[in-house]
Design a binder for this molecule. Sequence first.
Ligand SMILES: [Zn+2]
Length: 185
Amino acid sequence: MSANTFPAQIEPFKWAEQGFTWSGTLPLSRFVRISRETVGSIDHQLINIDCKLSMDAYHRIVWLDGHVETKVPMECQRCLQTVEIPLVSDFHLALVDDESLIERLDEDADFIVLGEGEATIKGSIDAPASADLLALIEDELLLLMPLSPKHDVCVHKHQPADEDIAEEKRDNPFGVLAGLKGKLN
Ligand SMILES: [Zn+2]
């Protein structure tokens, strides 16, 4: 395993203590849920990732900070040609293993309770809480993907048919995700 191999699973608390950082690029195709929404070949599309883990002063909350950017080819809902949608995310995400710690966070803080959802696995003394770093990053990017991607100005004119209009009214496939992600009110 090279020094720059992207870790599939992280142990947030242990790795934050060790000052984990990762910078590099991954093929877009490794992000399966994003790939599903793309059109054409994404063989040469990359995602640039910078991320780090750090621990709060009380050693109870791990902060995952990151900057991620990529371009995703999607189908323009107006002309049906490919439109490259830039996705850029700067995230500051609290990882906690105990829901009671959420009270310590700022009102508008984004957080993930480890052990909830598919991105994380509840830890025990034998197996500390781990998280799927790729899935966490993918969640952040999915929230930014437009439901109805369009060119700013379409080169190819296309008269919308009835089915296109119906398409725009479909449910947001990522609405569920937005609901899973914690937000304090
Ligand atoms: Zn277009």
